[in-house]
Design a protein around this ligand. Structure first.
Ligand code: 13P
Ligand code: ZN
Length: 289
């Protein structure tokens, strides 16, 4: 089967356009990777060519290996490519790459037809996908975007996973159900480098969302719907927090730790207690002692 006719390509392009329509992908902002299933690789193999093997490195001269992903195939957005163009011309803006048996070289087997390279965040995506696969073999999607409200909050909330998560949790009941392990925070660190990649992968060992201060967010999922829905939920809550904070520095009413605990049994979840600290004030950004 041709890649362009596949359900996978359609779902990938739909997610890119959904993110663009949310305003999360100005210019070439954001990137998306998907670890393909063996049956998807087999179905599309006839459309593959054999590109040249390249090293995977965060910085020039740097070489990285992802042995946990050896021999796997990924659909990845191209560096400098615009999400708004993916649906129009997937073959020019997206590629499929194969990792070698050591997990330290990749080659492009489809796409980027006018030339180009996979996203500059490729090592970060692979580092995340590697820890996610170890966590749950069904985890396949890693998504990076630039959602405005979430980014705005990184200027006014403490860059502390507990505080940031709790404020987001309190805005929409659904948050604690959708990501009971909360949000990890990476302070400002230069993007595309090893440090930010490794910090994000460390977060992904336990949590499904990582916010990069003053830049954007990374999230993961078993499929495109779950990854997009997760980011959509975080950003919706961030939007409400921005509205509330614009009206008042503190909340008159809110969801309490006891309220959150009531969600555990009916929803079959266990909200991480780290986020359910007692607060001495409803001031937004309150830091527990
Ligand atoms: P790429 O165009 O290389 O994917 O980079 C976009 C981006 O958002 C970097 O953080
Ligand atoms: Zn970015």
């Amino acid at each position: 089967m041709r890649v362009l006719d596949s359900e996978l390509m359609k779902s990938y392009a739909r997610m890119a356009m959904d993110g663009f329509n949310q305003g999360w992908h100005e210019r070439n902002g954001g990137n998306l990777s998907y670890r393909m299933k063996a049956e998807e690789v087999e179905e599309l193999r006839e459309d593959f060519k054999e590109g040249e093997w390249r090293v995977i490195g965060w910085q020039k001269g740097d070489e990285s290996a992802f042995p946990g992903l050896a021999g796997e195939y990924f659909m990845v957005s191209g560096s400098g490519k615009y999400f708004r163009n993916i649906e129009l011309d997937p073959e020019a803006n997206v590629c499929i790459i194969e990792l070698n048996e050591e997990g330290n070289r990749y080659r492009i087997v489809w796409g980027l037809k006018g030339g180009g390279m996979p996203t500059s965040e490729l090592p970060t995506h692979l580092a995340n996908l590697e820890v996610l696969k170890a966590r749950d073999p069904e985890m396949r999607v890693v998504y990076h975007c630039h959602p405005g409200n979430t980014i705005a909050l990184t200027f006014v909330l403490p860059l502390d996973s507990r505080v940031f998560t709790r404020e987001i949790f309190e805005m929409v009941t659904e948050c604690a159900v959708v990501f009971p392990e909360g949000i990890g925070i990476v302070p400002w660190v230069i993007c595309g480098g090893r440090q930010i990649g490794e910090m994000t992968a460390e977060i992904m060992k336990k949590q499904d969302v990582a916010v990069w201060a003053h830049h954007g967010a990374f999230c993961c999922g078993k499929d495109f719907d779950l990854a997009f829905g997760l980011m959509h939920t975080v950003e919706k809550s961030a939007e409400i927090l921005v509205k509330v904070y614009s009206m008042s520095p503190s909340k008159l009413n809110t969801i309490t730790p006891e309220n959150f605990r009531e969600l555990n049994a009916p929803f079959g979840i266990k909200i991480n207690e780290d986020f359910l600290y007692e607060r001495k004030s409803n001031k937004i950004g309150y830091v527990p002692e």
